[in-house]
Design a protein around this ligand. Structure first.
Ligand code: FES
Length: 190
């Protein structure tokens, strides 16, 4: 199982019920072995849960990322648009040398319109063209104005050398019962 950094742990902890939000499969059976390593790998009587693993996808170069110049990409499924941005000040869930690099879904949590614009002067995404909701990227994508009642899904990000990877999503993306089901996954390694 991949290790989880403190930042990722905190982000996951912030989202109550985050396990459900990031795409959980609850099977009728789970693979299991006892503490001695015995067993055939399946226990059909024991209930359990398997957490779906998000793909790890490179989304940008750290050295090429400029403050106030957002990068747009789909993750984890095709059509799930996101924005990666260097805010210029430390942010909740921010990564990078200055703790100011964040990634968020661009799909509005009110009714699913695409949020077209990052406004650097206020460090917000929005207003949404449909009903004007605006989301605060410094404070975890919380609603700062408008109709939506839920914060934007925030990406888990990992930096390795000069590469920035998306490694997960906290909160459910609008229109999806499971962040990992319903369309083709964006390519990557798990
Ligand atoms: Fe964005 Fe309604 S869809 S505010």
């Amino acid at each position: 199982m991949p290790s989880v950094s403190r930042r990722e742990f905190l982000l996951l902890g912030v989202a109550t019920g985050a396990v459900a939000a990031v795409g959980v499969v609850v099977p009728l059976s789970i693979a299991t072995k006892d503490s001695f390593g015995n067993g055939d790998g399946t226990d059909s009587t024991m209930p359990g849960a398997v957490v779906a693993v998000f793909p790890k996808v490179r989304v940008a170069s750290l050295s090429a990322l400029r403050e106030a110049e957002p990068v747009i990409f789909d993750y984890p499924l095709a059509g799930q648009s996101n924005v990666l941005v260097k805010l210029g000040e430390p942010a909740m869930g921010g990564t990078g040398p200055d703790g100011d690099i964040v990634g968020f879904s661009r799909i509005c949590t009110h009714m699913g319109c695409t949020l077209p614009e990052y406004r650097h002067e206020h460090k917000v995404l929005g207003p949404c063209p449909c009903h004007f909701t605006t989301f605060d990227l410094i404070h975890g994508g919380q609603v700062s104005l408008g109709q939506a009642t839920q914060n934007l899904p925030q990406l888990l990000l990992t930096i390795e050398g000069d590469d920035i990877y998306a490694t997960g999503v906290v909160r459910l993306i609008y229109g999806f019962a499971d962040n990992l089901q319903g369309a083709q996954r964006v390519g990557g390694t798990t």
